[in-house]
Write a protein that binds this ligand. Structure first.
Ligand code: S3P
Length: 421
């Protein structure tokens, strides 16, 4: 068996979420081409519909009729955002001037994820919130204020979600906010503020923004998601004799850590950018001999969602791979350090967890077994790619494989298209 062919990976999840958020916050019509219709992004869509925003499909475009935050209507009941951390964290900032209470709920995974990282700074700006326990988890009641204050804030964690929540709030506050990142994280919110006509200054890790600002609806095209492409990049590198072509992938510098990592490991991955100004391109992947590496520091937030599948890649590389400075993995859809180590061990990997990451020794042949995704979409897809590496006589049974619908509903169909027996 080998992998061969071309895949147009699905639209970027982070940008799809933000396209609705900015569209609803702006004034005028926003048209989104190539919107990701996955469970997470539909949670954002349904949330804004529940707040009275007009959103509809026209041909292959999603249309959002924006009338600003002041047009939002009190929802008739609690809003369930499912599994979506991006919806929950970002809208907490976006709703900072909504003066009626809004109750937010989610699934079991989201209900265990910390919200204090977002709510503490938002409270300094004047938002009222009531979550559960020290981590201020769901269910959560939020209430904004008409007197929102700007903020000067050094982020204690490298998190694009926290940064983005504060930027959404800062856009509505009277005065200048200064937000300083711990490490550079994905910058889609900053880019989209400009795209929707807003003004923001970014100097290294410092972001300055003066509010209030009124944004204007626009038209945008969502590129393919490099976090979804990551599963095929790893599959193409590890399955002998494979050659895969991934088209129209978003190549923001803040997201391409995986490309740097696989090049560090000796992987044959070539990027063909579409132009100098457009941050999209095609990625050509060929099966390769790989060596272990160290992944740490500023590389971590540039590859944060790809680390479980990179750990799988490391099981096939010669030598030791060390992933460190990655404690944020513990607060994802599941604890992705524990889950990756536990499930890959079941398949025969030589992998151990550390306080802030993992150590993997390779190469190890993998064998079949019964593994668990913990209903985490990226764990489910990583384990599916692992199943390609076991001998044809053995099978990998994945509990909770359906979790792929959170970010990549057509994952299994796309994978089948490139499998050659
Ligand atoms: C995201 C930011 C990251 C990432 C998540 C999407 C975003 O989370 O893991 O899948 O769209 O801003 P953190 O900001 O918590 O690292």
């Amino acid at each position: 068996m080998f992998l061969e062919g071309s895949i147009q990976v699905p639209p970027d999840k982070s940008i799809s979420h933000r396209s609705i958020m900015f569209g609803a916050m702006a004034h005028g019509v926003t048209r989104v081409h190539h919107f990701l219709k996955s469970e997470d992004c539909l949670a954002t869509l349904n949330l804004f519909k529940a707040l009275g925003v007009t959103i509809y499909e026209e041909g292959n475009q999603l249309v959002i009729v924006g009338k600003g935050v002041s047009s939002f209507q009190p929802p008739s009941e609690a809003i369930d955002v499912g599994n979506s951390g991006t919806t929950l964290r970002l809208v907490s900032g976006l709703l900072a001037t909504c003066c009626f209470p809004i109750t937010l709920t989610g699934d079991a995974s989201l209900s265990s994820r910390p919200m204090d990282r977002v709510l503490q700074p938002l409270r300094k700006m004047g938002v009222t919130s009531q979550g559960q326990g020290e981590k201020e988890t769901l269910p959560l009641i939020l209430q904004g204020t008409s007197c929102l204050k700007p903020i000067q804030y050094h982020l204690p964690v490298a998190s694009a979600q926290v940064k983005s929540a504060l930027l959404f709030a800062a856009l509505q506050a009277e005065g200048t906010s200064l937000i300083v990142e711990k490490e550079l994280t994905r910058n889609h919110t900053e880019e989209m503020i400009r795209l929707f006509g807003g003004d923001i200054q970014v100097t290294g890790k410092q972001i300055q923004l003066t509010g209030p600002q009124q944004l204007t609806g626009t038209t945008l095209f969502v590129p393919g998601d490099i976090s979804s492409a990551a599963f095929f990049i790893v599959a193409g590198l590890c399955v002998p004799n494979s050659h895969i072509w991934l088209t129209n992938v978003g190549l923001s510098e803040t997201r391409t850590g995986i490309l740097d990592i696989v090049q560090q490991m000796g992987g044959k991955v070539q990027v063909h950018p579409h132009s100098d100004t457009d941050y999209t391109g095609d990625i050509d992947v060929q099966a390769s001999e790989l060596v272990g590496t160290t992944i740490s520091g500023s590389l971590i937030p540039r590859a944060i969602d790809e680390l479980p599948v990179i750990a799988l890649l490391a099981t096939q590389a010669t030598g030791r791979t060390v992933i460190k400075d990655a404690e944020e993995l513990k607060v994802k859809e599941t604890n992705r350090i524990d889950a990756t180590v536990c499930e890959l061990k079941k398949l025969g990997a030589d992998i151990e967890s550390t306080e802030d990451g993992m150590i993997i020794n390779g190469p190890t042949p993998l064998h079949g077994g019964v593994v668990n995704s913990y209903q985490d979409h990226r764990m489910a897809m990583m384990l599916k790619i692992a199943s390609l590496l076991v001998s044809p006589k053995e099978t990998v049974q994945i509990k909770g494989e359906d979790a792929v619908k959170v970010s990549y509903p057509e994952f299994n169909q796309d994978l089948l298209k490139i499998i050659n027996q």
